[in-house]
Design a protein around this ligand. Structure first.
Ligand SMILES: *Cc1c(COP(=O)(O)O)cnc(C)c1O
Length: 402
C-alpha cells in the first residue's frame, strides 16, 4: 500500500489492493470473478447485504419518479419514515441527514438549543468518553476527543470533555457542573474496539441525567437498525435517551442518517435553526422505508439473534482452540469483536487471503459485521474461512499441519 504518487485522490485512506465490480447478498465479486464474503458490510452499512431485491426495486422505482426536492416542500416519504422510526423507538421527532457525523451534529445542536430556550444558555458542555468515535467533522472529532483525529486541525472545538471509560466517580463529578448540557455515549463503542457499556451503567447514566437536568444522547450510528439484535441497542438496557443519532445501516448503503429526539428535547429546534440541502430527499427516503420493511418485519430480530448466537458459539470454540491468536469475543448481536493476540491488521489480511472481509477496530480488535440477512449456511462457510486464517497464524495450527 505504498503511496500512489499518480493518484488524483487525497491520500487519506489505507486501501487494500482490491476492487469489486458487484455484490449479491453477503458476497462481493471482483472484476476477475473472485468472490469474498463481506463481513465488514461497508462498516455495518450494508445491513441487508448487496443488491437486495427489495431495495433495488424501491430505489429504481423512485429514481424514475423524483430524485430530489428541497425541504422547502413536503416530502411524504420523510414523514412516513419519521412516523415509523418514532413508533419503533423512544422518539417523537426526527431530522434526516446524509451521514452519521451530521446526525451527531444535529444531536449536539438539539441538546444545546434545549438549554438555550430553557433560559440556561451557559449549559453547553457535552460529556463524552475516551475511545469514543462520533465522526470526522470539526465538532465530532472534538466530541470523540482522540488526539490522532484532532492533530493539525487547529484548536479543538470548545465544549467537549472526555471522561475515562467506566470511571463512575469522575462522571458523577463532571455531571454536577452547572455548564453541562448533555452526556453523549455509544452503547457499544464500535471503532473503539467493540466495548460494551453494561446495561446497568446506561441506567445509571439515565438517572444521573435526570438528577441534573442533563440530556442523554446515544450515538447509535453503528449499533442501530437491528445490528445488535434489537432495533436500537439501548433496548437491551431499557434506559432510553432524549436524543439519538442513527445512520450506517439505516440506508442499507444509501447515504443517510437521522437524529431522533423526544418532543421535549427537540423543542428548541424551531424554524430556521437547522437545515440540510439533501437530508431526507425522496431517493433516500424510498430506500430508508424499504430497509424498514425488512428490518421491522416480525421475526427479523429473532433471525439476527439466532445468527449472532451461532457466530458467537463458533468463535468461542475457536478462541478455546487457538488461544495464541484469538482472545476474548465481544459485542452484541452481529456487532462482533474478536480481540486478536496477533496484530489485528495481520489477522484482517489473513482473513482477506481466505476470501473473507472484516474490519479492524481499536484495542487490537477485529470486527465481524456480516449483513443482517446472513444465513446459518453462510456463517458455517465463514467460520471455515476464519478458522483457516487463524490456523495459519497459530503456533498450535502450524504444529498440527507439520
Ligand atoms: C461511523 C460512525 C460515525 C460517523 O458516521 P459517518 O457517516 O462516517 O459520518 C459516528 N458514530 C459512530 C458510532 C460511527 O460508527
Amino acid at each position: 500500500m505504498a503511496k500512489d504518487a499518480h493518484s488524483p485522490l487525497y491520500d487519506t485512506y489505507a486501501r487494500a489492493p482490491l476492487s469489486f465490480e458487484r455484490g449479491e447478498g453477503v458476497w462481493l465479486v471482483t472484476g476477475e470473478g473472485r468472490r469474498y464474503m463481506d463481513f465488514a458490510a461497508g462498516i455495518a452499512v450494508n445491513s441487508l447485504g448487496h443488491a437486495h431485491p427489495h431495495l433495488v426495486a424501491a430505489l429504481t422505482e423512485q429514481a424514475g419518479k423524483l430524485w430530489h426536492l428541497s425541504n422547502l416542500y413536503e416530502i411524504p416519504g420523510q414523514r412516513r419514515l419519521a412516523e415509523r422510526l418514532t413508533a419503533a423507538s423512544f422518539a417523537d421527532r426526527a431530522f434526516f441527514t446524509n451521514s452519521g457525523a451530521e446526525a451527531l451534529e444535529c444531536a449536539i445542536k438539539t441538546a444545546r438549543r434545549y438549554h438555550y430556550v430553557d433560559g440556561t444558555p451557559e449549559r453547553y458542555r457535552i460529556l463524552t468518553f475516551e475511545g469514543a468515535f462520533h465522526g470526522r467533522t470539526l465538532a465530532t472529532i472534538a466530541a470523540g476527543g482522540q488526539a490522532k483525529y484532532l492533530e493539525g486541525f487547529g484548536p479543538k472545538a470548545p465544549g467537549f470533555d472526555q471522561l475515562p471509560f467506566g470511571d463512575h466517580e469522575a462522571l458523577k463529578q463532571a455531571a454536577a457542573e452547572p455548564d453541562v448540557a448533555a452526556i453523549l455515549i455509544e452503547p457499544i463503542q464500535g471503532e473503539g474496539g467493540v466495548r460494551s457499556v453494561p446495561p446497568q451503567c446506561l441506567q445509571g447514566l439515565r438517572d444521573l441525567c435526570d438528577e441534573h437536568g442533563i440530556l442523554l444522547i446515544y450515538d447509535e450510528v453503528q449499533t442501530g437498525i437491528g445490528r445488535t439484535g434489537r432495533f436500537y441497542a439501548y433496548e437491551h438496557s431499557g434506559a432510553a435517551p432524549d436524543i439519538l443519532a442513527s445512520a450506517k445501516g439505516i440506508g442499507g448503503g444509501f447515504p443517510m442518517g437521522v437524529c431522533l429526539a423526544t418532543e421535549a428535547a427537540a423543542r428548541g429546534m424551531t424554524p430556521g435553526t437547522h437545515g440540510s440541502t439533501y437530508g431526507g430527499n425522496p431517493l433516500a427516503m424510498a430506500v430508508g422505508n424499504a430497509v424498514l420493511d425488512v428490518v421491522l418485519d416480525e421475526g427479523f430480530m429473532i433471525h439476527v439473534q439466532d445468527m449472532a448466537l451461532l457466530m458467537k458459539q463458533s468463535l468461542a470454540s475457536l478462541a478455546d482452540r487457538y488461544p495464541d491468536v484469538v482472545g476474548e469475543i465481544r459485542g452484541q448481536g452481529l456487532l462482533i469483536g474478536l480481540k486478536a493476540k496477533v496484530p489485528n491488521v495481520q489477522l484482517v489480511a489473513a482473513l482477506r487471503d481466505e476470501g473473507l472481509l472484516a474490519a479492524p477496530a481499536g484495542d487490537n480488535v477485529v470486527r465481524l459485521l456480516p449483513p443482517l440477512i446472513v444465513t446459518a449456511d453462510e456463517i458455517h462457510e465463514a467460520m471455515g474461512r476464519i478458522e483457516a486464517a487463524v490456523v495459519g497464524l497459530s503456533l498450535a495450527g502450524q504444529r498440527k499441519s507439520a
